[in-house]
Ligand binder design. Structure first.
Ligand SMILES: C[S@@+](CC[C@H](N)C(=O)[O-])C[C@H]1O[C@@H](n2cnc3c(N)ncnc32)[C@H](O)[C@@H]1O
Length: 271
């Protein structure tokens, strides 16, 4: 697999992914649960930030979570064990070379992975072959173009665009949320339905200010400072002013908005 993965595996990124999932659980997962006995493949589980919620929300489903990174799989396993969940198995595997029989899963779940792949369409085709007819796929992605805030700031928008540019240069797409519907349709999933999930944060929600505006989103943008400057995409002063402006949106009169996209599609039943 030659897709380059922008977000690092360092401890700050791990903590960020964990914070992210913790604050977005209701928004992203409240309507996902799988019936008793169903077999679910989670593709690209990372450190298990979503796996814990999946397993909790579907205690009688069997979840198989895979990731290309053996280290992440080990972390995910430890996280799920620590949560006392027993309905998840883990395997290190590449989405493009999964060692499973065709049509062996009832449902597929994939979150924040397609944005990192040069061929998200190919990934969906591979995954679909593993799904039984009548089974569903659930895809969740963000879209950094959906970011807006008060006070507005050109520097902040430039800092956000640095991540979009770097991810594009690495073969990914930080604006993929808006493409989930056409991607599912192109992969011939039936009944594709996309629900935008907007995170709206103002100072009446201090927990979201901390966990989403600061620790998730701004921390993620801050994390590409050196790469963006090195790549010549931005000057250090502009980037730093952008980060200050993003933190400024976390103050008493600030507002921060971001939209995730959650898509569900079905594999056609045989006639
Ligand atoms: C941003 S993380 C998301 C992890 C998790 N789904 C979550 O929501 O926290 C993207 C994950 O996709 C994994 N990944 C990227 N390419 C992959 C591939 N070809 N096969 C399997 N996993 C892959 C990475 O190793 C990483 O753990």
């Amino acid at each position: 697999m030659n897709d380059v993965y922008v977000h690092g595996y360092d401890s700050r990124e791990r903590a960020r992914l964990h914070d992210q999932a913790g604050t977005l659980v209701d928004l992203l997962h409240a309507d996902t649960s799988y019936p008793e006995g169903s077999v679910v493949l989670e593709a690209g589980c990372g450190i298990g930030a979503q796996t814990v919620t999946l397993a909790r929300n579907s205690p009688y489903a069997r979840i198989l979570s895979v990731d290309i990174s053996a280290e992440s799989v080990a972390d995910a396993k430890a996280r799920v064990n620590a949560a006392g969940l027993t309905n998840v198995q883990f395997q290190q595997a590449d989405i493009f070379a999964l060692p499973f029989a065709p049509e062996s899963f009832d449902h597929l779940f994939i979150c924040f992975v397609l944005e990192h792949l040069a061929r998200p369409d190919a990934a969906l085709h591979v995954l679909k072959s593993l799904l039984r007819p009548g089974g569903t796929i659930t895809v969740i992605e963000g879209d950094h173009g959906s970011t807006y805030f008060h006070p507005d700031s050109e520097e902040a928008s430039k800092a956000v665009r640095c991540l979009v540019e770097l991810q594009r240069a690495a073969g990914g797409n930080a604006l993929i949320g808006r493409q989930l519907y056409p991607l599912l349709v192109e992969a011939s999933f039936d009944a594709a339905h996309v629900a935008p999930r907007m995170v709206y944060v103002d100072s009446s929600k201090p927990e979201l200010v901390e966990s989403f505006t600061k620790k998730t989103f701004t921390a993620m943008i801050e994390g590409v400072r050196e790469s963006a400057i090195e790549a010549g995409i931005v000057q250090a002063e502009v980037f730093d002013a952008g980060i200050r402006a993003l933190y400024r949106t976390a103050e008493a009169d600030g507002v921060f908005c971001y939209t995730f996209f959650k898509a569900v599609g079905e594999k056609a039943r045989r006639a």
